[in-house]
Ligand binder design. Structure first.
Ligand code: APR
Ligand code: PHB
Length: 389
């Protein structure tokens, strides 16, 4: 088989890239190792930057998001059960959209199916050949038979555990990493959200987050030790702990119910450079991971897709390689700023096992400063709603 751009991975990055390229008349093949149902079963964050909203609309996949998503003008931060609000709209003129990543992925799958896009599920043994040569190809096994896709370019959209990043030789690859000594225990419950906007809470017992998917479906998280067995966290214990950490008024009005999903996830910051190796581009989680505080993961993947799709369109339309040559530097410059913001927000909001009283006072001062300084609030707001592309 031959295509122009072979896309490894059918998560949000790979699907959006194939959708945008398709609309520009560029042929792609997406190779995904899991089934569509498996990909759509993954629960991820749910806050879209305005740049992501506009990108999805311009790719023709914004209709359901616009009908069912919720535009938020601000968010609440809390310190020891007392909350204050950051007004994004007043500070930056922009909002964010609350719409689950799972729904974004579903809309992308529907759009690709409607256009009869080539997405192969259940592929095994994906291997990249000569990504830095003039005639790269990708081999894979499907239903026991080996196949190959010859292509002009390869887009590595295969997430943190994919094969693309490790196809960049170790001698040229540099990786930066920070792991955090705690996890996020998250639940999804069929209950009305406790607040009309998100609440990020710093508390002596640990961080908590109140989020939502829609009027009847809430998403809550609490910071928890990574080695805690999940069975220990009964629903009742989760709700009790959440109530202790959030603002008093929210704790009183919290509606609880049985969880429909519960999981404990680690937090990590990670960047791999370079994001381009010859004819291979790394996109999204394949190149960088952020901790979930601030919900930057999907948004960062979407801005990578924006830069790469624009570069490939310029190449196929005008044989202009400028965007391709600049992709790695442009995408990394934006990624590092989101890495910084997510690290700062995580560090400011969580309780670290080795936190001293000094560290504690610094955290409290940071939040008190944020509560009263329009300048500090603007810094948070412009990063939260998303830095420009
Ligand atoms: N061969 C084929 N497909 C693969 C391989 C492989 N060797 N390895 C991984 N994949 C697939 C995964 O099954 C997954 O569906 O690549 C896809 C990668 O998707 P994601 O991990 O979702 O990464 P990405 O599309 O970059 O999305 C950005 O933002 O909010 C964050 O982590 C969150 O998924 C989110 C990400
Ligand atoms: C979520 O709704 O899952 C969510 C929201 C905001 C975050 C992280 C996760 O910062």
């Amino acid at each position: 088989m031959r295509t122009q751009v072979c896309i490894i991975g059918g998560g949000p990055s790979g699907l959006l890239l194939s959708q945008i390229l398709h609309r520009a008349g560029i042929d792609t093949v997406v190779l995904e190792r899991k089934s569509r149902d498996y990909v759509l079963g993954r629960i991820r964050a749910g806050v879209l930057e305005w740049g992501t909203v506009e990108l999805l609309r311009s790719a023709g996949v914004g209709a359901r998001m616009d009908a069912e998503g919720f535009a938020h003008d601000g968010t609440f931060l809390a310190l020891q059960n007392r909350g204050f609000r950051i007004d994004f709209r007043q500070l930056t003129g922009k909002q964010v959209m609350v719409y689950g990543q799972t729904e974004v992925t579903r809309d992308l799958y529907d759009a690709r199916a409607a256009a009869e896009g080539k997405i192969l599920h259940g592929v095994e043994g994906v291997t990249l050949h000569d990504p830095d040569g003039d005639a790269p190809f990708v081999s894979y096994v499907l239903n026991g038979t080996e196949h190959r896709v010859d292509c002009d370019y390869i887009a590595g959209c295969d997430g943190f555990h994919g094969v693309s990043r490790t196809s960049v030789p170790a001698a040229v690859r540099k990786e930066y990493e920070r792991t955090y000594p705690f996890g996020w225990l998250g639940i999804l419950s069929q209950t009305p959200p406790v607040s009309h906007e998100l609440i990020y809470a710093n508390h002596a017992r640990g961080f908590a987050l109140c989020s939502m998917r829609n009027r009847h479906l809430s998403r809550y998280y609490i910071q928890a030790p990574l080695d805690d067995p999940i069975e220990k966290w009964t629903d009742d214990r989760f709700w009790d702990e959440l109530r202790r950490r959030i603002p008093d008024d929210a704790a009183q009005s919290l509606v609880t119910g049985p969880s429909v999903e519960k999981s404990l996830a680690p937090l990590r910051s990670f960047v791999a450079e370079p994001m381009r190796w010859g004819r291979l581009f790394l996109v999204g989680d394949a190149a960088h991971i952020v901790p979930p505080t601030g919900a930057k993961g999907l948004n960062l993947a979407m801005s990578d897709v924006h830069y790469l799709s624009r570069a490939l369109i310029a190449y196929y339309r005008d044989r202009d390689v400028g965007g391709i040559d600049r992709y790695a530097a442009t995408a990394l410059a934006r990624a590092w700023k989101a890495i910084r913001f997510s690290w700062w927000f995580t560090t400011t909001m969580h309780r670290f096992p080795d936190q001293s009283e000094f560290d504690q006072r610094i955290q409290e001062s940071e939040l008190e400063y944020l509560e009263h300084s329009a300048a500090a609030q603007t810094v948070l707001a412009e990063n939260y709603i998303g830095l420009p592309y």
